[in-house]
Design a protein around this ligand. Sequence first.
Ligand code: SF4
Ligand code: MG
Length: 334
Amino acid sequence: MSALLEVKALKTWFGNDKAPYRAVDGVDFCIEKGQTYALVGESGCGKSMTALSLLRLNPYPASHIVAGEVRLGGQNILSLSEAEMEKIRGRRIAMIFQEPQSSLNPVLTVGQQIAEVFKWHFNLDKEAIHHKTIDLLGSVGIPDPNERINAYPHQLSGGMKQRVMIAMALAGEPELLIADEPTTALDVTIQAQILDLLKAIQQKTGMAILLITHDLGVVAQMADHVAVMYAGQIVESASRTQFFNNTQHPYTQKLFQAIPSKQKREEKLTVIQGSVPPLNRQFHACRFAERCELAWDDCHEVEPRWISNEAHGVRCHLYDSDVHAEQKAHQQSF
Ligand code: SF4
Ligand code: MG
């Protein structure tokens, strides 16, 4: 496999210059062609901001990419003009959102909305667009596409609307599909169908998927590689197997403890105590220290480095032999 997208030292901040919110604060990752890369974490950790930064979309006023590189097929798209960027959005990188409700235009039919994408990116006549739209609706599992092409969003169920969103995203034949919590708003059966659909499309087209989710069940089912975000940074990154068999970061371990399981259903759910620290703070410590049961003095005084061992990386002093050796020596002196 080779790199499709390389993100290096990306920083996206918003708010005033004096105390900006560091929503994305030095993020590095690489997505291979055809790979499903999952970005997980609680809400407010910077996952969606990271995704939007890849498209250079700014959800908040005064949000901007402060530093870093986003290389798509080797080209840094942060240095492109807005006109050049418009040729990438929806064509090379497309995105589907959590709420199909608010992402579809209520006054246009399904067919008109998909046709817009074809018109924008390809030089096709009306007839060709009509046929391609019907094919596409069929391929995302919409029954009777000949009729549904004329339906308005309110005439469709939540699952069908999400299929339409996927069809719109696929119309540009993207190399990378960003799926931001694509199934959160759907019930469990429909959720499974949508995930199966994404997998099947990926097998057919070879596109890569950046999957943003807080659901580790979805990660287990879909991901080849997993990165965990906390307070604007990636704190752990590993292959799916490593991630599930050898979880390292205390925050990731807490996420696992918070999963409801059949056995645990009767018990009280583990909730991770505390909340993500305000991101307009200057950090000189581990960002998770206030919530970490394993924290010691160094955690409150020194920012952890990225420690990586082959394909598994973690940002925690416990895995930094320099820092942790001192801690062990300190403990033994008591
Ligand atoms: Fe916990 Fe310290 Fe590791 Fe941060 S660096 S996660 S506080 S053990
Ligand atoms: Mg989000």
